[in-house]
Write a protein of this length. Structure first.
Length: 108
């Protein structure tokens, strides 16, 4: 139950425009309905990856694409800079861990 959550950053050093984006996520948590997960591009646009869905299901281990998560299309812009993943747990009692995350960009 920490509204500020955690934030992790990946630096992209390649210039150009993002034409395709995938985000891989591995979170251990006993009640994924507590979680909000967002990705922010270097220029400030944000896409929600997970918004308190899944109820009492355990863990989020999946890859988000524009086909499965249309909000990722909002992040098609400049690739270079700091990409930020934020995970927020909005309820008490359950705990979790961001095990790893990855970003795959196709840049033109």
């Amino acid at each position: 139950n920490t509204p500020t959550g955690i934030e992790r950053t990946l630096a992209v050093n390649q210039a150009g425009q993002v034409s395709s984006i995938e985000v891989s996520l591995d979170i251990t948590h006993s009640y994924i309905g507590d979680l909000n997960v967002t990705l922010t591009a270097p220029y400030g646009a944000t896409a929600a990856l997970h918004q308190r869905a899944g109820g009492s299901a355990d863990n989020i281990v999946r890859t988000f694409t524009a086909a499965t998560t249309p909000a990722l299309n909002l992040l098609r812009g400049p690739a270079m800079g700091a990409w930020k993943l934020r995970v927020v747990d909005l309820e008490a009692a359950d705990e979790g861990k961001l095990n790893k995350w990855g970003l795959r960009l196709v840049v033109q």
